[in-house]
Design a protein. Structure first.
Length: 268
């Protein structure tokens, strides 16, 4: 028997009634947000806590207002790519508007609507990005433009152009010195669990989220106490990002509770 959700609240959403629609075997419910907007959501999205509003609240990883080359992100749309990635409406400096997915923007490979495809690449020689000063152009590596840079500490390093421009690379790595004091609880590093650093092997632009081509879903996962914990598979990229965020908060609460128990026992 299907659970009746009418009248129940999920975050800012109140379920009004059940519709005749179905998605992947789940009932679609008509809901009203506290802001006044009304939307339809599946029982799965409501129950797993991923969707708590109509979207009026700022979502993690919101690209609105950010610039990528000649492109300025205007808004998130309701449209999706073939693999269900959200499309963002962007305006190029030439005035033309285009729809692009997050990974296309954050990869650094697309920096205009196409009007600047044949323009000469920007010369970054002599420019500074954080502690890095660009010395010379290194060439393309796996399709990405790279530059030789000298850090203020004296070391030289090769950095992707996209990482320089979007602020991901600001030093040779000396800022992340191993001498930094890290805090461990029950064998898990709090700084590592909360870090915003994204591995170079990551292609989604979101930590702990990747696209499974066989399942055609965005997978969210997290490492905790040396084990990889599966957080779910999602059709929507933003849902996977939110699940990852909730996973971090959940495991941080576990660590804090464990630390509190140890302190209480020590005081006794």
């Amino acid at each position: 028997m299907k659970r009746e959700l009418t009248g129940k609240r999920y975050g800012k959403l109140t379920v009004l009634n059940k519709t005749d629609k179905r998605k992947n075997g789940c009932i679609i419910w008509h809901c009203r947000c506290d802001c006044g907007n009304e939307i339809e959501l599946s029982s799965r999205k409501l129950k797993n806590g991923v969707t708590n509003s109509c979207g009026c609240e700022a979502r993690p990883g919101d690209l609105t207002g950010q610039r990528f080359g000649s492109l300025t992100v205007l808004e998130q749309t309701d449209q999706r790519t073939a693999n269900r990635s959200v499309l963002w409406r962007c305006r190029c400096d030439c005035g033309k508007e285009v729809l692009l997915a997050r990974n296309v923007l954050t990869s650094g490979n697309t920096t205009s609507c196409g009007c600047g495809v044949h323009k000469e690449p920007e010369n970054l020689t002599g420019k500074r990005f954080g502690k890095l000063t660009v010395i010379s152009y290194q060439g393309k590596v796996n399709g990405h433009r790279t530059w030789n840079c000298r850090c203020d500490c004296g070391k030289t390093t090769v950095v992707r152009e996209s990482n320089l421009k979007n602020g991901l690379s600001k030093s040779c790595g000396c800022e992340h010195s191993p001498k930094k004091i890290l805090h461990f609880v029950d064998g898990t590093c709090l700084e590592h669990l909360q870090t915003s650093h994204i591995s170079k092997a990551n292609t989604s632009g979101a930590r702990g989220v990747y696209f499974n081509k066989q399942r055609k879903k965005w997978i969210a996962q997290i490492m905790f106490r040396g084990k990889c914990h599966y957080l779910g598979g999602f059709d929507d990229f933003d849902e996977a990002v939110e699940a990852r965020k909730q996973g971090e908060e959940m495991f941080l609460d576990v660590l804090r509770a464990h630390q509190g128990e140890k302190q209480s026992q020590a005081e006794k």
